[in-house]
Design a protein around this ligand. Structure first.
Ligand SMILES: CC(=O)SCCNC(=O)CCNC(=O)[C@H](O)C(C)(C)COP(=O)(O)OP(=O)(O)OC[C@H]1O[C@@H](n2cnc3c(N)ncnc32)[C@H](O)[C@@H]1OP(=O)(O)O
Length: 187
């Protein structure tokens, strides 16, 4: 079993009054929000991500290597989970990514990534809860804006949480690489 190592300092959520005080979590004491732990490999974190997209077979060693890299990336990755503390399972997750820029006086731009709630826990406001917490964390950490990419069908969900298409500035363009190589961990 991996150690209970958080990917970022749990005190951050307390410092900015996020997580514990969220109305949704006040209503169900079995649920809590916290940073991803290395041991969440064994709490169904990757299976949950599988509800969002293809994950593949990731060994615990691979997971730990990626986790260490992200943890040591100087405040870039804020992978956050909702835990059912009775079942000891990850039931919701998302990542706040803080991107450092040279523009705007070396500003920080926030990105919301990989929002997912376990099918059995949907419709209980948990998706809304984790998006609100990470949106507020992005603001608290000093980002000048926060953006996300989503399917057209998800637009109303994010609009209900304050996100908006900016006129003339709402296109996401992609290139899909046919054969993705394994990332170089040292890069
Ligand atoms: C940036 C990204 O990561 S985009 C990827 C988004 N994730 C996915 O598509 C993965 C599969 N889907 C899921 O995991 C979940 O359905 C989620 C995360 C989208 C929503 O999680 P839930 O916990 O069920 O949502 P939650 O209960 O918080 O819903 C909050 C509100 O949004 C509404 N809502 C939920 N899903 C949608 C949707 N697809 N379209 C419009 N409204 C929606 C709910 O009706 C609810 O409205 P209410 O406040 O009036 O009651």
């Amino acid at each position: 079993m991996s150690a209970e190592i958080p990917i970022y300092d749990p005190e951050l959520l307390k410092k900015y009054n996020l997580g514990e005080r969220h109305e949704t979590l006040k209503g169900d004491e079995s649920l809590c929000v916290r940073p991803l732990y290395m041991s969440d490999y064994n709490r169904g974190f990757l299976e949950l991500l599988g509800e969002l997209t293809e994950v593949g077979n990731i060994s615990e060693e691979q997971f730990q290597e990626q986790f260490e890299f992200m943890k040591n990336s100087h405040g870039t990755y804020y992978c956050t989970v909702i835990i059912d503390t009775i079942k000891d399972r990850v039931v919701g997750a998302s990542t706040l990514l803080m991107e450092r820029k040279f523009i705007r006086g070396c500003a920080l731009r926030a990105r919301l990534e990989d929002v997912v709630v376990s099918p059995n826990y949907r419709g209980k406001q948990l998706g809304k809860c984790i998006v609100e917490i990470l949106t507020n964390l992005g603001r608290a950490l000093g980002a000048y804006k926060m953006t996300l990419d989503c399917k057209d069908s998800m637009t109303p969900f994010y609009e209900s949480l304050g996100y908006a298409k900016e006129p003339g500035n709402s296109n996401t363009l992609s290139i899909r690489y046919a054969a993705a190589s394994k990332p170089e961990p040292k890069l």
